[in-house]
Design a protein around this ligand. Structure first.
Ligand SMILES: [Zn+2]
Length: 134
């Protein structure tokens, strides 16, 4: 990686970090607004909005930690290495997602694990629903 490339990546990461911090602040303020409403219909709508805000916060904070990790990796000289297998992440992938912490293979594996654990988490709720219906 050339000096110019490093500067460009750092700049992109720092811009993304600022954007994420602003988004996180916005989502947190949306969570706070929900407490002041007393009408049940508005409360339900607020709860739905809160769920969305919580999901967004989770996603944003995950991306933020990837951005922080990548900035740290530049300093350590190991930027662009997969945190899972240590193999270099494809430059094309880093061009699109400069804060990528996993190579494409490990990322695919990770997403598969997340999907599997999510569907497993749905099971107890489903069986509980069946019992309530009977
Ligand atoms: Zn990997």
């Amino acid at each position: 990686m050339t000096e110019a490339q490093v500067v460009r990546i750092k700049w992109a990461l720092e811009a993304k970090r600022e954007e994420l911090v602003a988004d996180i602040r916005k989502q947190v303020s949306e969570l706070a607004i929900g407490d002041s409403v007393h009408d049940p219909t508005d409360q339900i709508q607020n709860m739905t909005q809160r769920d969305v805000a919580v999901d967004n916060l989770h996603r944003l904070s995950q991306t933020l930690s990837s951005v922080e990790h990548s900035l740290g990796a530049i300093t350590d000289g190991c930027y662009g290495c997969c945190v899972e297998c240590g193999e270099p992440i494809a430059p094309r992938r880093l061009e699109i997602v400069p804060w990528a912490t996993h190579c494409i293979g490990c990322q695919a594996h990770l997403e598969q694990v997340v999907t599997t654990s999510n569907s497993r988490a749905e099971l107890p709720r489903l069986s509980l629903g069946d019992r309530e219906a009977a």
